[in-house]
Design a binder for this molecule. Structure first.
Ligand code: GAP
Length: 527
């Protein structure tokens, strides 16, 4: 949630971050952005449906990503591969054997947890303590406060930091070695309790595969197990040579894809942050071996610029470079975004070497090497992957756009300060009253504008209430048709963020609105 203190509005939000998050979740439901799936049957865990406004916002996010990849790069093309894939693909990719979460049960509450999440929460608690200490000192010392120095010299901060670092190191090693006993021991040593029962009565840690399995084939004998894809990336790998040959692509080139992915997440929580059915936007960039670290650095910078271009403030993003790498990767980083529950991964950028393509070559028995016409030789390309979750992106945008403002007249307004290009509705046209030819005039305006951007008609309630409704869904422009309009073809346009109102000619509306609400306007700002 953003907190605003501007000329006409005073800051009212000083809420605990948990409350902020709860507000965003209920706002999503109340205003048709996100609904729990199968709600009338009491819902389905970690599965959500997007409502009438949610689907528009989601589509705009996807458009922004797709166009930034496919339109802005002449060497990147898109595909749309099937969700069902040959089961051996998941053996080759390592998902059958290694796509596991470490699980632990509490014997008293009978609740199941991810052991790694319990430990990560504990690390976050140390971080919170450190930040609290620093915030207190900042208050005490005022302008003279030197944060860096305080971090390095305060015995309390140092003590927490030492504990945090020791835990982090022990945890990273245990995860890297998939040492399940050590994970359990860490939970015991840290005194981590079950949030439900409050006890430390933990079972052993076990591995749990995250892929959903189903059967394909109509007869019992002929049916075989297949998986719902846990990532879209493998659909790109197994098609890379089809695309390269039919598209006459030359390395370096990329293939982009947007699509659903499925993971049987055990600890599915934090709303749409961790879902069982979600959507990914992935791009695999195929390059010459030896050039991967340069391309990795380039994609890190390109992707960060894409995020920051939305205007939520550079200070809300950070890279989290992976210290321990998977055996097939030689560099990896996450782009983290500040959510009400801390900095969280929104996107992963990985230098995956030639691992996936080599594995598919081995398991399929087919030669899928690239012939490099400049070198006159065959090789298996290396790959840089950028992988971002649509739903996490959606959540981060909602959290940072949601504002509560106190107005000069004492009223409070809730406004979604969405980037205009992502807003579900760009312009709502309202007749002052629903008679005397005003509705017809309003519809005439919409009939002209609707070919260029998403418009809505609203005639119910007072103009003030209608403005509030549009603020709450992030509509950047409202246009009011009144009796003067019938005489002089002028209307009042009202701007969401400043609440400023201006009298303009109907013929000017398209020019004022269109340039600010298209995805192109966002793309043009990208460096
Ligand atoms: N192909 C690489 C890959 O799938 P990942 O880090 O497992 O990497 C990439 O996932 C992105 O997909 C994450 O950064 C996140 O945004 C999104 N994601 C992963 N699991 C998710 C889940 N259960 N719910 C929502 N988004 C998820």
């Amino acid at each position: 949630m953003r907190i605003f203190a501007r000329k006409n509005h005073i800051l009212i939000n000083n809420m605990a971050q948990e409350d902020v998050f709860k507000k965003v979740v209920s706002h999503c439901k109340e205003y048709g952005f996100v609904f729990p799936s199968s709600e009338i049957y009491d819902g389905l865990g970690a599965v959500y449906d997007y409502g009438q406004n949610g689907v528009e916002l989601k589509n705009n996010i996807k458009q922004y990503w797709w166009q930034s990849m496919v339109l802005m790069h002449e060497n990147i093309v898109g595909i749309d591969s099937a969700i069902f894939m040959h089961p051996t693909i998941w053996k080759a990719s390592g998902h059958v054997d290694a796509f596991n979460d470490p699980l632990i049960d509490n014997r008293d509450s009978k609740k199941r947890y991810r052991a790694d999440v319990l430990i990560e929460d504990q690390i976050a608690k140390y971080d919170e303590k450190i930040e609290k200490e620093i915030a207190k000192a900042k208050k005490r010392f005022g302008d003279a406060f030197d944060e860096q120095k305080y971090r390095e010299t305060s015995p309390r901060v140092q003590e927490e930091l030492t504990k945090r670092e020791a835990l982090h190191e022990r945890y990273s090693k245990a995860m890297n070695d998939m040492n399940l006993e050590e994970l359990r021991q860490i939970i015991l040593d840290e005194g981590i309790v079950c949030p439900i029962s409050g006890t430390r009565n933990w079972t052993d840690v076990r591995q749990f595969n995250l892929m959903f399995k189903t059967e394909m084939g109509s007869t019992a004998d002929g049916a075989f197990n297949i998986y719902l894809r846990p990532e879209t990336a493998q659909g790109i790998f197994v098609n890379y040579l089809n695309v390269q040959k039919t598209g006459r692509m030359k390395i370096p080139f990329g293939i982009a894809q947007i699509g659903k992915a499925f993971r049987n997440e055990i600890v599915a929580r934090q709303f749409i942050f961790r879902m069982r059915e979600f959507e990914q936007m992935e791009m695999q960039f195929f390059i010459k071996p030896g050039t991967e670290l340069d391309w990795f650095a380039k994609w890190k910078q390109t992707r960060m610029a894409w995020h920051q271009n939305l205007g939520f403030g550079a200070e809300n993003y950070r890279f989290h470079d992976h210290e321990k790498l998977a055996h097939y990767a030689n560099a990896a980083t996450d782009i983290e975004f500040k959510l009400p529950f801390g900095y969280k991964e929104i996107e992963g950028i990985h230098s995956r070497t030639n691992f996936d393509l080599s594995q598919h070559e081995k398991f399929s028995g087919k030669n899928i090497k690239y012939f490099d016409p400049e070198l006159g030789e065959n090789y298996t390309p290396y790959v840089i992957e950028t992988s971002i979750g649509v739903d996490r992106m959606f959540l981060s945008i909602m959290c940072h756009s949601y504002c509560e403002e106190k107005l000069e007249n004492g009223e409070t307004r809730v406004v979604l300060r969405l980037p205009a290009a992502l807003a579900p509705i760009k312009c709502t046209v309202m007749p002052l009253v629903k008679k005397d030819g005003l509705p017809e005039k309003a519809r005439e305006i919409i009939d002209e504008l609707k070919f260029h951007f998403n418009c809505q008609y609203d005639e119910k309630d007072s103009i003030g209430k209608r403005y509030r409704r549009q603020d709450a869904i992030g509509t950047p422009y409202c246009v009011t048709v009144d009796f003067d309009t019938l005489q002089d073809d002028s209307v009042t346009i009202r701007f969401r963020d400043s609440m400023e109102q201006k009298r303009v000619k109907i013929s000017e509306l398209r020019g004022i609105i269109e340039d600010n609400v298209t995805i192109t306007s966002l793309l043009k700002k990208l460096k």
